[in-house]
Ligand binder design. Sequence first.
Ligand SMILES: [Zn+2]
Length: 310
Amino acid sequence: MAGIESLGLDSDLIRVEPRDATTDELISAHNTTYLRELAGACEQGTAPDPDTYLTSGSLSAAIRAAGAGLAVIDALRAGAGDLGFVVVRPPGHHASANHAMGFCLLNNVAIAAAMLTEKGERVAIVDWDVHHGNGTQDIFWDDGRVLYISTHQARFYPGTGRLLDKGGPDALGSTVNIPLPAGATGDVLQRALVEVAAPVVEQFAPTWVLVSAGFDAHRDDPLADLMLSAGDFALLAREVARFAPRSGRLALFLEGGYDLGAVHHSVAATFAELLGASLQTEPATSGGRGDEVVAMARRIHIEPREDALW
Ligand SMILES: [Zn+2]
């Protein structure tokens, strides 16, 4: 919020009142047995894994976080704004249909995407968090109404997100993973979006674009080893905004980010770019590793289609 406030948006910033997600909304992405187990675990404070801290207040916080995403989507559907930012904790992209992990209890972006698909929408989710969004991938693995694209650090928590994972038999090609080596810089992620994501998104033709916007790929982040600057997130945001079919069909969901200064400056740079506000920020980075992964991802996702034309 400090990053957003630094932009001085004044009355151009609309604060959407969060609400609780309903059970029907939660079960669009999670199964009922899991929701019961989660409620029990929160009541007893039993953590599902050493990372994932729980207290008696965690369930209501997670339900409110999921509902906040839905409230933002509702506001955009009603024409209230140009784009949304869901600034919530706990984050969501590691939570699968039946499992909490990696600080995540309910998958906020997946619940929002599932509710949109129930209204007939086609949703592209771009996940630039440094970790692979295994939960989101799992939930939509065999669902061709949702395109899931992730850039993440390779051979890293949670260990999923391989290049060759492309989706289930009914949704082949609807999962796109670009696992980048430690040391990758912003230019490599941008190339991944321009050269791999953009043509896949164009073919998919989403009616909504949601972003799992973690800021832990920043070079100052203590948990990971990608080398992005705040200025790089602005460039990624510019590319992703082009994926949305029109104004009011883009929402960013906060995921990870563990250096508060990096999160602050990256959020400010991202939204300055998206809103056309002026901001002095860290310069973009280049020259890191990972180009060969982008080339391989192109061979897997783009070139087979080009070959098929002949
Ligand atoms: Zn993360």
